[in-house]
Design a protein. Structure first.
Length: 227
């Protein structure tokens, strides 16, 4: 796969955006699996493989749609989990999110978006570092920056990426690339609510679903930081 092969899943794009090339680290590493789980759930929603239905108590439950599991292995694991019975979003994130980091990184390496280097520190301690392999992260970041800084949302995927970064609580760490401000914070919260303006008209995923995913990511991260 080359840089000209444009499509990646949302979960790949989110992890690529969270990768910080200057420090060779991933923003929000300690709560990363909630964000990756939310991105994968958004992938399924965009593909119309899941939907949110009302349920007793707060929020609703995620229901699987269709009779056959998705071809994509990441989507298949989450769809199959939901297909056994309808579940609340936080349960889905907690069950599937922790399995995603390494295989998503592997896919980014295979696609050429990241380059992996293995070496040994002090001659015997194995270390692994990553660097950018192409311009994809820059292109994604430009769209998210326009949405958060200028309020210019070009499409539903960009809006979802902005919503997930906002819900992750990592936006202040992007200050050199996305100048942090009160307006950026507020625009991020608007994206979390599914308030995308004209870009929402053609979105396959509902505002309610977006708000539920972003809210679940943000809530679980807040709870995790309190523990």
């Amino acid at each position: 796969m080359t840089d000209t092969d444009d499509y990646r899943s949302l979960v790949e794009d989110v992890l690529l955006l969270l990768f910080q090339p200057d420090s060779n680290s991933i923003a929000g590493e300690n709560t990363l699996f909630y964000v990756l789980g939310g991105a994968l759930l958004a992938d399924l929603a965009l593909e119309q493989r899941v939907e949110l239905r009302p349920a007793s108590g707060v929020g609703g439950r995620i229901h699987a749609l269709g009779s056959a599991a998705p071809d994509d292995e990441f989507q298949r694991s989450m769809w199959s989990y939901v297909n056994t019975k309808p579940r609340r979003a936080q349960a889905v994130l907690a069950a599937i999110g922790p399995t995603l980091r390494e295989p998503v990184l592997e896919r980014l390496v295979e696609s050429g978006d990241l380059v992996r280097r293995r070496s040994k520190a002090l001659g015997f301690i194995p270390t692994t570092t990553y660097s950018l392999g192409n311009e994809r992260r820059s292109r994604l970041l430009a769209g998210v920056r326009a949405a958060l800084v200028d309020g210019a949302v070009s499409d539903a995927r960009t809006a979802l990426l902005g919503a997930l970064l906002s819900a992750s609580g990592t936006l202040p760490q992007f200050h050199r690339e996305i100048p942090w401000s009160g307006d950026v914070y507020l625009r991020g919260k608007k994206l979390e609510r599914g308030d995308w303006g004209a870009a929402a008209a053609s979105a396959a995923v509902s505002r309610t679903m977006v708000a539920m995913i972003a809210g679940s990511v943000a809530t679980t991260i807040v709870i995790a930081h309190k523990d």
